[in-house]
Write a protein that binds this ligand. Structure first.
Ligand code: ADP
Length: 217
């Protein structure tokens, strides 16, 4: 199973990808998570992009994704979250998968209003240690400011501050939204109403996935 989870910042790509990854036992590859981890381990080159809401250059992202897709763990599939984000990345991905004799089964396009996503980003928190995702309104932790899974403190991402959110939405509209037409033309796109609760979004995604993925997988 090869999936792309697509949509604007804050629409719920990470949450849905985690749920699908648990159900279908294929790795969740989030370029955003990879870059944040790189920054944590000292790669300061990336800060100028990630913390300002700008795109990391295609060359850098493409290399990271190619390496990820070649891992043994992706043998039975993968869920790409946050990639591709430009036409150049989409074309690069096609090429890498062609070499690996694979192809994307479906691109799930998560759709919600700008008002909804900006509100969600303000309430988004994640565990500073294990990365588990929360939302102070919709996916509340059991204990205030602590991770349900490992008990560590919850933090807000630097790029979820209001000015950076504005920039990210602008970058999405300019650079990433054109991919909707790109995948529509290829008849690879399926739309999901992401204004619903995570479980409902998940159920809608599973219905689409089960329809389009050959049974033997
Ligand atoms: P979101 O989708 O919520 O904006 P992500 O966690 O996917 O957040 O990405 C965070 C940041 O990481 C982006 O704003 C960008 O700087 C960088 N990034 C992630 N994926 C890509 C990509 N495919 N191309 C370029 N930059 C990326």
């Amino acid at each position: 199973m090869q999936l792309i989870i697509f949509g604007p910042p804050g629409v719920g790509k990470g949450t849905l990808s985690d749920m699908l990854s648990a159900k279908y036992k294929v790795p969740h590859i989030s370029t955003g998570d990879i870059f944040r981890n790189e920054i944590k381990s000292g790669n300061s080159e990336l800060i100028q992009y990630v913390e300002k809401g700008l795109l990391v250059p295609d060359l850098v992202v493409n290399k990271v994704v190619e390496k990820g897709l070649k891992q043994e763990s992706c043998k039975n599939g993968f869920i790409l979250d946050g990639y591709p984000r430009t036409i150049d990345q989409a074309e690069f991905l096609e090429n890498v998968l062609w070499k690996l004799k694979k192809k994307v089964d479906i691109v799930l396009n998560l759709v919600a209003s700008e008002e909804e996503i900006v509100g969600r980003l303000a309430a988004r928190r994640n565990c500073g240690k294990c990365g588990a995702l929360y939302n102070l309104v919709t996916i509340k932790p059991k204990k205030k400011d602590a991770c349900d899974k490992c008990g560590n403190s919850l933090v807000q991402r630097k790029d979820d501050e209001p000015d950076t959110v504005k920039k990210r939405v602008q970058v999405y509209n300019q650079e990433t939204a054109p991919l909707v037409d790109h995948y529509k033309k290829k008849k690879m796109l399926a739309e999901i109403d992401a204004s619903k609760k995570p479980k409902e979004v998940f159920n809608a995604a599973v219905r689409i996935v089960e329809r389009c993925i050959p049974k033997q997988q």
